[in-house]
Design a protein around this ligand. Sequence first.
Ligand code: SAH
Length: 250
Amino acid sequence: MKMGRLYIVGIGPGSKEQRTIKAQEVLEKSNVIIGYNTYLRLISDVLDGKKEVIGARMKEEIFRANTAIEKALESNNTVALVSSGDPQVYGMAGLVYDLIARRNLDLDVEVVPGVTAALAAAARLGSPLSLDFVVISLSDLLIPREEILHKVTKAAEADFVIVFYNLINENLLIEVMDIISKHRKPNTPVGLVKSAYRNNENIIITTLSSWKEYMNEISMSTTMIIGNSLTYRYKNYMITPRGYERKYEL
Ligand code: SAH
């Protein structure tokens, strides 16, 4: 019996223009679409009424992944499991592949990459990621707090630009910012981008010593970027120089 096909599709940060052409094609040709309700709203333009649409709330990730696998095992289905941004970056891809491997399934699965929040937020700020950077999730739901603190400490020591996703725990956020402050100047630029490329987008550039003033602006939809020792602010841009000035006169 012929099996269906499963796409794990990154839809980018929000607006349709930030979707890849491939993501658009896959969404259009899929007859089953599965995703968290907020993401389904972001792709309402492709939900034509003929597709089977399966929504779910935030916590039901395992249910969503298993449903997508079951649907794809049915012949003739083309299934799109939707993630915001990119599906590998704190999205559904790792979970789906893991479930398939554990169940020893032979299923056609393909990841469709998307513009992840780090890149979308960075673009809104100027060019803060022009040198080596690290991406860390501040969600301690699956990863122990100590492990997160350890990673932040190492990244801060090594002068990486740091991008934080999932700012869901205020205490943990304060703790990691205190760690970074031990390694960086108080005037180090800090960018806060909420809902990049969505209707309620909000962009703030502050500093390591003043970021707490904006605590109320931080939500589940915020990405935070902390500059390294070279990052500076010019007007409303956050800039990490690429290093040309070390070799050339600019
Ligand atoms: N797979 C997604 C990330 C999912 S984790 C991606 O690649 O972008 C959810 C976190 O992503 C949020 O807590 C927030 O930190 C970030 N995020 C997702 N969409 C965003 C957006 N439009 N603007 C700013 N941050 C966003």
